[in-house]
Write a protein that binds this ligand. Structure first.
Ligand code: NAD
Ligand code: MG
Length: 390
């Protein structure tokens, strides 16, 4: 029985994970789950999955959850805050941690899971984008298994040799072909991109996801973060990672080898596939996802990404090239800018311009530890907020 700590249980990845877990009660049990503020939803999930611990974002939310659980006679213990998240992610009685909190808030508990040698299922790409080498070192030092949940990276993982190790120049890999749907604005007149609304930006053509990642998909910052994520996960240089726009989202990514072979992983766009893959790895289990009907799909299209339409993608490549804290600064500025866009305080085009200004004004520094990293994250957020106010 695999005992799972699910960080971000009330989110889109959280609910897909619980859907797969519920199909296999003989294999998986939920040891702990977290939610930031959706107390009622979390209480329902506790009732269904009976975790030992539930963690929320504040003392107030903890009090509310506690009383809901006691009313229903559910024995789950309640805790709150970042330290509690780290505690359930590194607890001796948990085997596997699904890191599905959105954004930088997920870094500390995900890193705690890595340090404790847990099997880490990584959806929270921002954590890896921020911490890079620090995170990979923690995984290596503890001997923990890191499995990608992001559909592209899970696809790449499946297309790599079984004995793949992150040694550059190894295994005859020529390039990683990272597919991108292009999001809702792939074919929209560029001149009108300034005036798009949050509602239009979060309406992804193929995937149903949380609001932040949906906006990231519309700017293609999501693909930029994924380039950086792929660099760290698979040890390939940015110049070897090529983004291919593929609007149908049927091929989830590919690996191109020096002999001309290209291996791809295909499937319906449903996160339960990579989640089931990572949960059961190296076995396979049913995920509830319907098999693809190729004749119905009929055609697969590919095109090159347009850096003028999607400046965020270029900013991410540049940040990876700069190294050090540049990717963390990019991520921090993006999180603040996306939030401001969702709250209608800035326009869509302003997201990329803000990130570029923050990167320009923040020299990249080496990352020496979690505290220093969080300090740089904070400084980049402060600068972004200041620029928004101006
Ligand atoms: P979501 O917004 O639906 O859910 C986010 C979860 O994080 C919620 O459970 C929320 O309670 C929790 N959370 C939010 N802020 C928090 C904070 N400050 N502290 C603690 N917990 C907090 O997001 P999602 O779409 O499920 O995405 C989760 C992560 O997975 C993101 O990093 C995203 O990039 C990644 N991801 C998502 C998808 C997808 O299809 N949704 C695909 C690939 C990768
Ligand atoms: Mg993805």
């Amino acid at each position: 029985m695999q005992r799972i700590t699910l960080l971000g249980a009330t989110g889109s990845i959280g609910s897909s994970t619980l859907d797969v877990v519920a199909r296999h009660p003989d294999r998986y049990s939920v040891f702990a789950m977290s939610a930031h503020s959706k107390v009622d939803e979390l209480a329902d999930l506790c009732e269904q999955f009976r975790p030992r611990y539930a963690v929320v974002g504040s003392g107030e939310a903890a009090g509310q959850l506690e009383s809901l659980l006691r009313q229903r006679d559910i024995p789950t213990e309640v805790a709150f805050g970042s330290e509690a998240l780290c505690a359930v992610a590194s607890h001796a009685e948990c085997d596997t941690v699904m890191a599905a909190i959105v954004g930088a808030a997920g870094l500390a508990p995900t890193l705690a899971a890595a340090r404790a040698g847990k099997k880490v299922l990584l959806a929270n790409k921002e954590a890896l984008v921020m911490s890079g080498q620090l995170f990979m070192n923690a995984i290596a030092a503890s001997g923990s298994t890191l499995l990608p949940i992001d559909s592209e990276h899970n696809a790449i993982f499946q297309c790599l040799p079984v004995n793949y190790c992150r040694t550059p120049g190894n295994h005859g890999i020529d390039r990683i072909l990272l597919t991108a749907s292009g999001g809702p604005f792939l074919n929209r007149d560029v001149a009108t991109l300034e005036e798009v609304t949050p509602e239009e930006a979060v309406a992804h053509p193929n995937w149903v996801m949380g609001r932040k990642i949906s906006v990231d998909s519309a700017t293609m910052m999501n693909k930029g973060l994924e380039v950086i994520e792929a660099h760290w996960l698979f040890g390939v240089a940015g110049s070897q990672i090529e983004v291919v726009v593929h609007p149908q989202s049927v091929i989830h990514s590919m690996v191109s080898y020096v002999d001309g072979s290209v291996l791809a992983q295909l499937g319906n766009p449903d996160m339960r596939t990579p989640i089931a893959h990572a949960l059961a790895y190296p076995e396979r289990i049913a995920s509830g996802v319907a098999p693809i009907d190729l004749a119905k799909i009929a055609q697969l299209r590919f095109e090159r990404p347009d850096f003028v339409r999607f400046p965020c993608l270029k900013l991410a490549y540049d940040a990876l090239e700069h190294g050090g804290s540049a990717s963390a600064v990019l991520n921090a500025a993006n999180e603040v800018a996306v939030e401001a866009f969702l709250e209608r305080r800035i326009g869509f085009g302003e997201i990329a311009r803000l990130i570029a200004r923050v990167l320009d004004r923040t020299p990249a520094q080496p990352i020496d530890g979690l505290d220093g990293l969080l300090e740089q994250d904070r400084a980049a957020r402060d600068l972004t907020r200041q620029l928004i106010r101006e």
